[in-house]
Design a protein around this ligand. Structure first.
Ligand code: GAR
Length: 187
């Protein structure tokens, strides 16, 4: 059995798609969901699915090896960031080389970096007059949105699109591709 840890800060729609996709898997299990935001929607999803959760302690996350030990003890094979908005500390990256992946709601290296998340990304895409955007699934290193690209998928941005419309198109791509890539990386 391969074990996944999902890190999420928000609504958790990507986490939910991954859980659904792997529900009947004999080989891959969503073992734990780590969240840094009390009250985040992803915690309700985890509760409904009876998946254990850990609320991340900021001090411990950035200043100790405690989360490295926790994930190692849980025998985690892949850490999946799904709307996780903190930078992953270097000790965690070093302990899980090429075993931490992220999804970003744009075509990196465009529209990435600190502060570029959720609707801010889509607003910036429209303000820049882009005619296309998309998703990037990539390995995580200790810089924001910087690691090796695993997959990019594109969608059109029409001149009349609002950030909400772009978000909807991008989410559809995320939901279609992230679960498949997670499965592929562990097969
Ligand atoms: C997703 O669109 C993901 O790409 C984005 O947060 C959203 C989370 O949605 N991540 C980033 O912007 C990372 N820089 P979800 O909680 O519904 O899965």
């Amino acid at each position: 059995m391969k074990n996944i840890a999902i890190f999420a800060s928000g609504a958790g729609s990507n986490a939910k798609k991954i859980i659904d996709h792997l529900r009947n898997s004999d080989t891959i299990k969503v073992k734990v969901i780590l969240c840094n935001k009390p009250g985040a929607g992803v915690l309700d999803i985890a509760a409904a699915e009876s998946i254990p959760t850990l609320l991340i302690d900021k001090e411990m996350f950035f200043r100790s090896d405690d989360y490295v030990s926790i994930l190692q003890e849980m025998e985690i094979d892949l850490v999946v960031l799904a709307g996780f908005l903190w930078k992953v500390p270097a000790n965690l990256v070093a302990a899980f080389p090429d075993k931490i992946i992220n999804i970003h709601p744009a075509l990196l290296p465009k529209f990435g970096g600190k502060g570029m998340y959720g609707h801010f990304v889509h607003e910036a895409v429209i303000a820049a007059g882009e005619s296309e955007t998309g998703i990037t699934i990539h390995y995580v290193n200790d810089k924001y949105d910087d690691g090796r690209v695993i997959l990019q998928e594109r969608c059109n941005v029409d001149p009349t699109d609002t950030p909400a419309i772009v978000a909807k198109k991008v989410h559809a791509l995320e939901h279609r591709w992230y679960p498949v890539i997670v499965e592929r990386l562990l097969s």
